[in-house]
Design a protein around this ligand. Sequence first.
Ligand SMILES: *Cc1c(COP(=O)(O)O)cnc(C)c1O
Length: 345
Amino acid sequence: MKTLETALVGVPRVHLASLPTPLERLERTEAAWGHPGIYIKRDDLTGLGPGGNKLRSLEFLAGHALQEGKDTLIAAGPVQSNLCTLTAAACAKLGMACALVHNGDRPARLEGNLLLNHLLGAESYYLGEATAEERSEFVERLAKEMEEGKEQKAASGCTISDGVLPVGKHPYIIRNGATTGRGALGYVNAVPELARQFAFSDEKPTIFAPGGNGGVASGLIYGNAAQGFPFRIVVLSVEDDRETMEANIRRTIGEIEEILELPMGCSLEDACVLDDSYRGGGWGEATKESVRMVEEFPRREGIMIENVYNSKVLVGMEDYIRRGLAAGPVCYLHTGGFGSLFAQF
Ligand SMILES: *Cc1c(COP(=O)(O)O)cnc(C)c1O
């Protein structure tokens, strides 16, 4: 019978992240929240650049790109995109060229992730005010012109800065913020890693994870089901309403099933809890509670969190614990984002 581990063996992948990332106990938070058994999975410590969840996805995406003979990665996102910075770090390590496309303007002073992108040698395109659709069109055009060896005309009308890595000719586009079936394999693969780390536990741990585009969530949910449910998974949206998030996750899990040729084997409803109660105004919109947590948590644990993904999930996790909705061990999945923290205040 095909198992998760045999299905993953044939999938192209490169080594980028320091794995396994640590699983640690948050003893002072246990005391503060009155709940024994609170853990943190330190995916902020994946090792390259500022670290973070996207490095797990990039192992599979860059692996695919290299297998296809590509020499350049193109990623897109808002100026403080964590995906963009980790793509730049991956390219540096792999000797690939990197083009980053931002909707937004180049600030006079490069701060946060933009500073890191510059130091990592990526070429950055700033489109000014642009919709996600316009940004995607630009990326497609840029890739086409690179492939044709043309001067990059797609760049006209936008600011370009800082390309120091060699310009490539064979670009690979990282689509949808790395939330694709292939990108989500990073978190499929994280489930057996985490299950080994929790082997000591007699009770089933509950994992609290963020839901942005839903890539992390899809990988975890699918991997957990395929492994026979070592965990309960709670996904807290930081972006979309529940229905939208659910549709994104459903689509991405479908893509995973296609790549691995292994069905998840149960319904999404039976496999996880999806909750949009803590997202406030959505992506990048802080809530009163998230602003409190972004200071409270590092002062208690010495671990930095940022205010777009990390703090909202911790707010939700605390609320679940206080309302008695999370019996037994609980684990916060820290997805990183350290670079963007410096531009959030
Ligand atoms: C992208 C990102 C996420 C969310 O991942 P999705 O797969 O889009 O849901 C969570 N945390 C951080 C720090 C991220 O950069």
